[in-house]
Design a protein around this ligand. Structure first.
Ligand SMILES: O=C(O)CCC(=O)C(=O)O
Length: 267
């Protein structure tokens, strides 16, 4: 887990809307920070995430994942919750989120998958990776981190590499970016205030550190693809469940993805 050299921290450059300047920034850099929810909407999002976190295991088709921390087992991710939560469904499949995704993709967008990454106090980080190898079936996606809590370097914000979203990088044995390539790139830590959204291309290299603070750092991550490539959400979750069922999980990390980017310890 010693992958974090000191990145530059970015606190500025938040766009108020996904206007032409924001889209141009995204196209050039492969990521952009956009103000998204006002304070009451952010409070409501926080309540929704609390509700989802309380859903029991095994009573629905949502997927909860847990990691071992110094304070014992903690929830680290929930996926496939949109069919079971009307507020989240409205927020992520229609309205402002899908609109912004469509502007960034340059055509109408449809939700491909969604997750909450909880990164509760003491939660682990993610090794440097591009998302594209974990997202089969379509060429281009736009993802984002919609911050539920203020996301800061101390609680494990994302670190990104600008202007590297044009090509797939080599993979190491876990499907992540090899250490020598990681070291050769210039990483920027992007703090995201609660209610704002850090949008990033599926080939934008990113990583994050553990949550070393005493407060939880929750974020919702919807991923969109161009509607012209199809509505592939159900197929994505079928395939993921099949692949998880057909292969053994590694012993040293919690498996939450089709690549081994999450550094959390199994419970
Ligand atoms: O939530 C984080 O800190 C990073 C998440 C991430 O990179 C991922 O889920 O692919």
């Amino acid at each position: 887990m010693a992958h974090h050299a000191t990145p530059t921290t970015r606190t500025a450059s938040m766009f108020h809307t996904a206007d032409d300047a924001a889209v141009a920034f995204y196209r050039e850099r492969g990521w952009v920070l956009v103000d998204t929810l006002n304070r009451p909407q952010t409070e409501e999002l926080r309540r929704w995430v609390d509700e989802i976190a309380r859903w029991p295991d095994g009573e629905g088709e949502w997927l909860h994942y847990r990691e071992m921390t110094e304070a014992g087992p903690k929830l680290c991710r929930t996926e496939n919750f949109v069919p079971f939560h009307s507020g989240m469904r409205a927020l992520l499949t229609g309205g402002v989120m899908a609109d912004v995704a469509g502007r960034l993709l340059g055509e109408p967008a449809v939700l491909y998958k969604e997750k909450v990454n909880y990164k509760l106090a003491g939660g682990a980080g993610y090794a440097a990776h591009q998302d594209a190898p974990a997202y089969p079936s379509v060429q281009v996606h736009a993802s984002c981190m919609l911050a539920v809590d203020d996301v800061t370097p101390a609680n494990g914000c994302l670190e990104v590499v600008s202007c590297m979203h044009h090509a797939l990088l080599p993979l190491d044995g876990r499907g992540c970016i090899p250490a020598d390539v990681v070291e050769s790139m210039s990483w920027e830590a992007v703090a995201v205030p609660a209610g704002a959204t850090l949008w990033f291309h599926s080939r934008t290299p990113h990583r994050s550190g553990p949550n070393l603070s005493s407060h939880d750092r929750r974020a919702v991550y919807p991923t969109y693809n161009a509607r012209s490539e199809g509505d592939l959400r159900a197929a994505y979750y079928h395939r993921k469940l099949d692949e998880f069922a057909g292969t053994d999980a590694p012993h040293d990390r919690v498996r939450v993805s089709l690549i081994g980017d999450f550094e959390g310890r199994p419970v």
